[in-house]
Design a binder for this molecule. Structure first.
Ligand code: XMP
Length: 327
């Protein structure tokens, strides 16, 4: 596929005025490209696909069909937020697919990390393609490809498209309105389009979602412990001014138990590992120095509010030697 190149003269979008100019230009270009045809978009709720959705809603309104696939591995409140922002507030045409049972069923008993990733990626394409086949008259597929995706795919680091393996009978023309932008520019554009801050400034979240933070075979109760502890960590980081400062922070619940005491009784439960890291490009990362008192408070909340957990551990390991995620 021929790849676009960012012109050297292209100004970095750093201000609301520059974002507005970009939006006006893209809206006109999208209207010209799409005409009265329909466009399909896989809307994860991440910043890139959300900005593409908002741009397309502005340009073509109801000709856009967004599909949000809930694979059961999203963070607490995420599917609800996608529905609230895009269906309720922006009045978008949104198809919500709760495929939780299907994904967790396929993943049951699977402990190898690469096999887990393949199942999640493959199943996602299948669910998305099934939804696409139900829709009439779609000619375009929108994607939240950004410039680093193009650069990385050129360098052979990763394949850039999220839905790259669609079956050949779904022969769509691509619409990629933010493909020349860097992440910080996408955020400025998202803000100008009126997306909520917690969508625009979201930390990176891997495609396989909480699946890679529930190492080994995913069980529903351990997955729930990951989701609930992650929600507490995010809430406390937001309250204490760390949310905009730390690059990525999350919890992991490994598949082993240890002895503890809960309500005066012996417990045998999982630990929650807290990870908080800073990086520029995710190739290397350093560990955030989270205040000790805050860690004590987070620990207290997690062990009392999350079922099946009796310990909290902090991961002090930079990348390398550790990767950021656990699988
Ligand atoms: P690692 O764990 O390799 O992660 O140090 C580097 C960054 O990439 C994110 N990551 C992923 N993102 N799909 C994604 O979209 C994935 O499979 C995936 N694995 C890791 C990770 O969250 C971190 O920001």
């Amino acid at each position: 596929m021929e790849q676009a190149k960012r012109p050297e003269t292209m100004e970095r979008i750093t201000t609301p005025e520059l974002a507005k100019a970009f939006i006006d230009e893209q809206v006109a270009a999208l209207q010209k490209q799409i005409g009265d045809k329909k466009v399909l978009l896989a809307l994860s709720g991440g910043v890139d696909s959300s900005v593409v959705a908002a741009l397309l809603i502005k340009a073509i309104g109801q000709q856009l069909v967004c599909v949000h696939v809930n694979h059961g591995l999203l963070r607490k409140g995420e599917p609800e937020q996608v529905i609230k922002v895009f269906r309720d507030e922006m009045k978008a045409n949104l198809v919500y697919v709760d495929a939780t049972e299907r994904f967790l069923g396929k993943l049951a008993g699977v402990s190898d990390p690469e096999t887990k990733r393949k199942i999640i990626g493959g199943e996602f394409i299948e669910v998305f393609a099934e939804e696409a086949k139900k829709l009439e008259g779609i000619e375009f597929l929108a994607q939240g490809t950004i410039y680093p995706d193009i650069l990385e795919s050129e360098q052979g680091i990763k394949a850039h498209h999220n839905v790259g393996g669609l079956p050949p009978e779904l022969n769509f023309e691509l619409v990629e309105p933010v493909k020349l932008l860097f992440k910080d520019e996408v955020r400025v554009v998202g803000k100008e389009l009126g997306l909520p801050d917690n969508m625009v400034y979201r930390q990176p979240f891997p495609g396989p979602g909480l699946g890679v933070r529930c190492p080994g075979a995913i069980s529903r109760d351990r997955l729930e412990a990951v989701r609930e502890s992650d929600a507490i960590l995010r809430e406390e980081f937001a309250k204490n001014g760390l949310a905009g400062k730390v690059w990525q922070y999350f919890t992991v619940v490994p598949d082993f138990k240890s002895t503890g005491i809960i309500d005066g009784k012996r417990s045998f439960a999982w630990p929650v590992i807290v990870r908080a890291v800073n990086t520029k490009d995710a190739m290397t990362a350093t560990v955030e120095n989270v205040p000790f008192e805050l860690m004590q408070h987070i620990t207290d909340r997690i062990v009392h509010e999350v079922a099946g957990v009796n310990r909290v551990l902090y991961d002090f390991t930079p990348k390398p030697t550790a990767t950021i995620e656990y699988e």
